[in-house]
Write a protein that binds this ligand. Structure first.
Ligand code: PRP
Length: 178
């Protein structure tokens, strides 16, 4: 194992993730058949998942980026979320799908959904790659889900610890920090 993987125990391999993302893309393509969809990639964690998912969706697609930053404890969202990058275009009257890497406490997504719903989309749904129900504080309806995980700290495939490990091609559990 190379240095950049030290302290990480693999959880989902590249091919497991790819198969799951392909299946999600198929279901989403069927659900919105004949319609245009706006995918909202929530930065930073979702950038890899959203890029892969977008290429598995067979629909006319627009892609928007939404940057958010949480304050509070290091390992969990405080629920006080600051918008660091807003959408480039309005979503009023459009079918919108929020793409998140992970739903942990649910505080970020619950804030995000509220913010975006107020902008009058025709529909608003959520696609999350990972869900960690053990730490749920705010119920979030996840319409399309990749995997449910235990209460472990995961990195890779866009997810970070202190901004590192986002470039790991698979998802792993952080077992030790340098
Ligand atoms: C992560 C993740 C979600 C949020 C989930 O973002 O990308 O947006 O935390 O946590 P919650 O359900 O407890 O609110 P983070 O704040 O780490 O920023 P990042 O995406 O830039 O890594």
């Amino acid at each position: 194992m190379s240095d950049f993987e030290a302290g990480i125990s693999p959880l989902f391999t590249e091919s497991e993730i790819s198969n799951r993302v392909e299946a999600l893309g198929r279901v989403i393509s069927e659900a919105y058949a004949g319609q245009e969809l706006v995918l909202i990639c929530v930065l930073k964690g979702s950038f890899i998942f959203a890029a892969d998912l977008a290429r598995r969706i067979r629909l006319p697609l627009r892609i928007e980026f939404f940057g958010v930053q949480s304050y509070g404890a290091q390992t969990s969202s405080s629920g006080v979320v600051q918008i660091t990058l807003d959408l480039a275009h309005p979503i009023e009257g459009r079918h919108v799908l929020i793409v998140e890497d992970i739903v942990d406490t649910g505080l970020t997504l619950s804030y995000l959904s509220e913010q975006l719903r107020a902008r009058g989309p025709k529909s608003l749904k959520i696609c999350a790659l990972l869900h960690k129900p053990a730490r749920m504080q705010r119920a979030v309806d996840i319409d399309y889900l990749g995997f449910t995980i235990d209460d472990v700290f995961v990195v890779g495939y866009g997810l970070d610890h202190a901004e590192r490990h986002r470039n790991l091609p698979y998802i792993g559990v952080l077992t030790a920090t340098p």
